[in-house]
Design a protein around this ligand. Structure first.
Ligand code: ACO
Length: 434
């Protein structure tokens, strides 16, 4: 049997045979019939070949470079997983030591970047600060525009993985009016991050080992997730050969949306709003009436349990042993139980996703809600950089430039201003703050 797909255009009788490779046909082949494929939100379009992460949404499987997420969460560390994601293989002991050292030596940021962050209003959202500060990094490292240069790509990758926690922590300290705490390179990646977040006047901050490990596992779980919205943004910006700081700033902007990396922020708001278990049925009714979404539920790819959600639920208990129980967990567990018995959610295959429990843990650890997407961005930087490197090396890739179906007006003549009647597009005068 031939690995082809036969397409007949019944308007013309023209027939073409499309080769099938890796379970895909090339949409450009449809051009032979004068057709384009229409796929809003790219629901059934593979825009790249990738070797970084693999998801089987029906079976609830996630692997980085072939390794199951469950094994990495149990046995690996974030920095080791980042190495795996970026370089394709797990490191040997000596290479891991060098990687650790090379990342650690990039944890400091230029003092001018610190001043740039200081310029934000006291109540600036830390995600906004992160996006702006990462974008600004490209002005500090103009050589990063040499995206085809291997050594340059390596340096920018280490810099970004090294500096993201520092920028994130500075953004947080800024919102609290606290002096910025500089990196402590004796600590682990997550230990140092906790130190930069929470160190007060003590000379040396000692992170709680359970919280340090919990955060490390959370970072592992968020490190990559194939062609999600922010990674697609990273690749789209990268396809113009923009430097990686500009691309990461764009990817982080995409991540900041409530349908993507800010969903855990929305989950915590929602759980606070529910307040007590008795109010859950009312929320479920609102969701079923289509008035709102059950945040932390549903996923474009997982039509089964998100494997990361299962791991996170376990971590929650370790964290609560240190911090005391976050009362939101009882509401979340009950909400999950009720939803998973309800035909609305079952028939649509809506299960808890990674964000359903992560916010509760972060909150228990004293990490404010506004920092949730920022934490996500720190971890996802490893994935973004791996996917970006894959993109720039992929000879099949070009600048991303999708087609459109134009449904607007045909050509029409310009009407002078004094001859126009009230049309559909109106503008009203507004008053108020600028
Ligand atoms: N609550 C209620 N109904 C939902 C939800 C939800 N959370 N998610 C999807 N649905 C319903 C939709 O209303 C739709 O129903 P319909 O067929 O009757 O119209 C159906 O399920 C399919 O929904 P889509 O919007 O087509 O699914 P899509 O794949 O586009 O959306 C998304 C995925 C954005 C994650 C969605 O499930 C959602 O908004 N979830 C809440 C936000 C969230 O938790 N996001 C985090 C995702 S994980 C991450 O980014 C790390």
């Amino acid at each position: 049997m031939a690995d082809t797909l036969t397409v007949i255009d019944n308007r013309t009788g023209k027939k073409i045979e499309l080769p099938i490779e890796h379970g895909a046909i090339r949409a450009t082949e449809l051009g032979k019939l004068g057709l384009v494929s229409y796929d809003p939100a790219l629901l059934n379009t593979a825009a790249c070949k990738s070797k970084v992460s693999y998801i089987d949404g029906d079976r609830g499987i996630l692997r980085y470079r072939g390794y199951p997420i469950e094994e990495l969460a149990e046995k690996s560390t974030f920095l080791e997983t980042a190495y795996l994601i970026v370089k394709g293989e797990l490191p040997t002991t000596s290479h891991f030591r060098m990687w650790q050292r090379n990342i650690t030596m990039h944890t400091l940021v230029h003092e001018n970047l610190k001043q740039f962050i200081q310029g934000f209003r006291y109540d600036a959202h830390p995600m906004g600060i992160l996006i702006a500060a990462v974008g600004a990094l490209s002005t500090f490292y103009p050589e990063a525009k040499n995206v085809m240069n291997l050594e340059s790509r390596r340096v920018q990758t280490r810099r970004l993985i090294g500096k993201m926690p520092t920028i994130a922590a500075f953004a947080y300290r800024h919102s609290r009016g606290l002096p910025y705490a500089y990196p402590d390179n004796d600590l682990s990646y997550t230990g140092n991050f906790l130190s930069m977040m929470f160190r007060m006047t003590e000379l040396k901050y000692k992170p709680d080992t359970i919280l340090e490990r919990a955060l490390d596992v959370l970072f592992i779980l968020h490190a990559d997730h194939e062609q999600n919205c922010s990674t697609t943004t990273m690749r789209t910006i990268g396809s113009s050969l923009a430097d990686p700081y500009a691309s990461v700033a764009g990817a982080a902007a995409a991540l900041g949306g409530p349908r993507h990396g800010s969903a855990n922020e929305e989950v915590v708001h929602m759980l606070h709003e529910i307040g007590t278990i008795e109010h859950i049925p009312e929320l479920i009714k609102q969701v079923k009436r289509g008035e709102r979404r059950l945040m932390g539920f549903g996923h474009r790819v997982y039509k089964n349990f998100d494997p990361r959600a299962k791991i996170i639920k376990q971590i929650a208990h370790n964290v609560f042993e240190v911090t005391g129980k976050n009362p939101l967990i009882d509401i979340a567990v009950e909400l999950e139980r009720i939803a998973l018995q309800d035909d609305y959610f079952v028939s649509r295959k809506l299960y808890p996703n990674v964000d359903f429990y992560s916010g509760i843990i972060y909150e228990a650890m004293g990490l404010p809600v506004a920092m949730f997407p920022v934490l996500f961005a720190i971890a996802r930087t490893a994935g973004w950089m791996a996917q970006w490197a894959e993109l720039v090396l992929d000879e099949e890739q070009k600048i991303t430039r999708p087609k459109q179906l134009y449904l607007g007006y045909d050509e029409r003549p310009y009407v002078p201003l004094d001859q126009r009647r009230d049309g559909g597009a109106l503008e009203t005068e507004v008053s108020g703050p600028l």
